[in-house]
Design a protein around this ligand. Structure first.
Ligand SMILES: NC(=O)c1ccc[n+]([C@@H]2O[C@H](COP(=O)([O-])OP(=O)(O)OC[C@H]3O[C@@H](n4cnc5c(N)ncnc54)[C@H](OP(=O)(O)O)[C@@H]3O)[C@@H](O)[C@H]2O)c1
Length: 327
């Protein structure tokens, strides 16, 4: 049996004081829970009183500070060992094609990560973990993609590249800068996962680009376990994806099977290519390898592919729906 990341961490990692931004987002909520469960002391950046209460209920200490105020952040970061930057402002699915909607994300990713790294350096924080995306690679068809493949420079990728470069500034200054390139999230809390489950229940599944192209995915609990495991990783860039990227055809079939429906309609298919660079991150074929991170940390995904991840997510969504009808 494989050791879970939680096992690896609880056995070997001393408790660290970790500052998390984006703590209330899709991945952030899982990360805060995983860090607290592994015995780490977590400070969570929040923007509202309601979210402050939510992170407190998870066992973290909320802190209100601006992501764009270096002095405020430097004070907040004092005494922390690690920063985990998960803050971003990705547009909703409906606004995904809008350049304007992406500007907020660019502000959070570019100006936010720059300010946060400046503050981390000023506060003497030794380790900086920056979330990035596996969709940053060029299309490699059926070939496996490792971290040695140079990242692409398409417009939507620029903000991730800047955030990555900022994390590497920590390494250049003598600390440990770690970049985690996550695959497409699957899990309750990731809005697109929930939207895709709803559509699949109506027999509609999405395939973006060539159905024979690959999609690399990660369940949110495995993504969070990877962040915990990264606390002990050497500086560098790592892909955080499951073991078996599926073709988009198989990914759609796995989603439909998870909700017990036959897919009648596969949309938008190759028509998505017409949207050009705006959806380039989703239309290319990305068969990404997690080998480097597994070797560096002992982390292994609990859900080896999107088949198991969709099954678990559909079951969890079903349980949520059941609870809602009981109230
Ligand atoms: N979705 C995917 O499949 C996927 C896959 C790979 C990588 N990623 C990357 O993972 C990152 C996190 O994604 P996610 O799905 O967790 O995003 P999300 O659910 O939208 O969460 C974003 C988080 O950032 C915070 N935030 C946004 N703007 C902020 C600001 N100006 N100041 C401080 N905090 C701010 C939000 O706080 P509030 O709660 O207060 O709004 C929230 O906690 C993104 O950069 C994304 O590119 C996503």
């Amino acid at each position: 049996m494989r050791a879970s990341a939680a096992d690896v961490q609880s056995n070997h990692t001393p408790a660290r004081k970790v500052f998390v931004t984006g703590s209330t987002g899709a991945i952030g909520r899982y990360v805060v829970a995983a860090l607290v469960d592994s015995g780490h002391e977590v400070t969570a950046l929040v923007r509202t009183a309601e979210k402050s209460a939510a992170v407190r209920a998870q066992g973290a200490t909320p802190i209100a500070a601006s992501l764009f105020d270096r002095d405020e952040l430097t004070v907040g970061l004092a005494g922390h060992d690690v920063v985990v930057n998960l803050a971003s402002a990705l547009p909703s699915t409906r606004q995904f094609l809008s350049d304007r909607a992406w500007r907020r994300n660019e502000h959070a990713r570019i100006d936010g990560s720059t300010t946060l790294v400046d503050a981390a350096l000023a506060a003497g924080v030794g380790t900086f973990i920056q979330e990035s995306v596996a969709m940053i690679y060029p299309d490699k068809g059926a070939d496996w993609i490792t971290e040695d493949v140079p990242a692409d420079r398409y417009p939507r990728a620029i903000c991730s590249r800047v955030a990555e470069d900022n994390a590497h500034r920590i390494t250049a200054a003598g600390g440990t800068g770690i970049v985690l390139r996550f695959g497409v999230f699957c899990g309750i809390g990731a809005t697109h996962s929930e939207e895709m489950l709803t559509a699949a229940r109506r027999h509609i599944v999405s395939v973006l680009g060539d159905a024979d192209g690959y999609v690399s995915t990660i369940h949110l609990t495995d993504a969070a376990a990877a962040v915990v495991a990264a606390l002990t990783a050497p500086a560098g860039t790592y892909n955080i994806v499951d073991d078996e990227p599926l073709t988009k055809r198989d990914y759609a079939t796995a989603l439909a099977a998870a909700v017990g429906k036959r897919p009648w309609l596969r949309v938008p298919g190759r028509a998505a290519l017409l949207a050009g660079h705006r959806v380039t991150s989703l239309t290319r074929s990305l068969r990404v390898s997690n080998h480097r991170f597994r070797t560096a940390t002992g982390w292994a995904p609990h859900y080896p592919s999107a088949r198991e991840a969709w099954r678990a997510t559909a079951a969890a969504a079903g349980a949520c729906r059941h609870r809602a009808t009981q109230v």
